[in-house]
Design a protein around this ligand. Structure first.
Ligand code: KG4
Ligand code: ZN
Length: 368
């Protein structure tokens, strides 16, 4: 089954062609970083205009790279939320138009759910030959994880703890199977990627800030500043990063805002980045491992742009050895349409039909 995926929820215009939920024939991502960098963040109006300009060329390129024509597409899957409403509208309108013109079904996919699927899609053995949605007893004996060789004992995935670490979302969810989730914690203020971007902005680093902070942190002393992420009363698995960001601001500007800044040299900046990153990852790793233990999860499934961070991967792989760990393959951490097409395949088989043309894009869309 050939699925065309469309992703326009934020600042990437992406079209992808994926076969049977896992074989990526093309994954074209047109990033808008150049457009928004000068403003230090995404400007929604500009974002929407760029999507309009780029979506047809991205679609054509995805088809030509996959060596297929539109008639070969069996299903169109599109991210219909959460995200920027105007941006989503362009992808959803494109999907509906194609659906009508080609007389093929289309399906709205949750962007956050797709971020979690991204880590699983490189492991087709996790899914039954029938392609049906898995439950925790079906087909998992053939599971492989990114750490395991075929000859190793085969880890089982579900129930898994899904850990979403993106620019717009930070959440923990129990995944019993694809399409069956229970949200157990999310951020009450900034998302983790947003916190990286804001810290970078405070330091005068370019947008998006995550890779910049990671690079500077490599040269820094993570013990220099004793930062800590927040706890959320009565919600042990929820996150709060706004206090951490304010602590960075105070370290940068001095407690009296201007006169006693401790940050002057490049080394100071590197120490600040390393200390911030350590505090953020200490918090995520502690909450994820205790949630996974408490809920009897077999694996940790990571998704979202922050999973591009190599220090995070190194620490998780070292500190969470009790669980099988699934990371998105290269090119599947940041926003992309391959994860939308891949998940769309499973959801379509599960539902047995596409969505109605009345489906609307939505800014907020709960995972569970
Ligand atoms: O998942 P994503 O592409 O978009 C959303 O759905 O939000 O994530 C983008 C976020 C940005 O905040 C970016 O700074 C962050 O991912 N990011 C990183 C790294 N690469 C991207 N954060 C930390 N370290 C990185 N290497
Ligand atoms: Zn995303």
């Amino acid at each position: 089954m050939i699925v065309l995926g469309i992703e326009t929820s934020c600042d990437e215009t992406s079209c992808a062609v994926v076969e049977n939920g896992h074989r990526i024939l093309s994954n074209v991502v047109a990033t808008q970083i150049d457009l928004h960098a000068q403003y230090g963040g995404v400007v929604p109006e500009l974002c929407c205009r760029r999507h309009v300009d780029v979506i047809i060329p991205a679609l054509k390129e995805s088809l030509s790279k996959a060596h297929i024509s539109l008639e070969d597409v069996d299903l169109i899957a599109v991210a219909h939320g959460p995200g920027l409403i105007g941006a989503l509208l362009i992808g959803v309108s494109a999907a509906k138009s194609l659906s009508v013109a080609l007389n093929k079904p289309f399906l709205g996919v949750n962007h956050i759910e797709a971020h979690l699927y991204a880590a699983l899609m490189s492991h087709p053995a996790l899914f039954t030959p029938s392609g049906k949605i898995l439950d925790s007893g079906e087909g998992l004996s053939a599971a492989v994880c990114s750490e395991a060789l075929d000859s190793d004992p085969i880890p089982q995935a579900f129930p898994a703890l899904g850990i979403v670490l993106s620019g717009g979302h930070t959440a923990l969810a129990i995944m019993n199977a694809i399409g069956d989730y229970q949200l157990i914690g999310e951020t009450v203020d900034d998302a983790i990627g947003e916190a990286f971007d804001k810290v970078a902005k405070l330091l005068g680093l370019p947008y998006p800030g995550g890779p910049e902070v990671e690079a500077l942190a490599l040269k820094g002393n993570s013990k220099r500043f004793a930062f800590k992420a927040g706890r959320v009363k009565e919600h042990p698995f929820s996150f709060s990063f706004s206090g951490l960001k304010t602590a960075v601001l105070y370290a940068l500007k001095g407690q009296d805002f201007g006169r006693q800044s401790q940050i002057r040299s490049d080394q100071d900046k590197a120490d600040l980045c390393a200390s911030f990153q350590k505090a953020a990852f200490d918090d995520i790793i502690a909450k994820a491992s205790s949630a996974a233990r408490e809920h009897g999860c077999r694996s940790l499934v990571f998704g979202g742009g922050v999973t591009n961070n190599q220090e995070l991967r190194r620490r998780v792989d070292k500190e969470c050895r009790d669980f099988a760990i699934f990371w998105p393959a290269q090119g599947l951490s940041l926003d992309n349409a391959a994860m939308i097409a891949g998940l769309g395949y499973h959801l379509y088989l599960h539902k047995g039909q596409g969505d109605e043309l009345s489906l609307e894009p939505v800014t907020r869309l709960p995972l569970a």
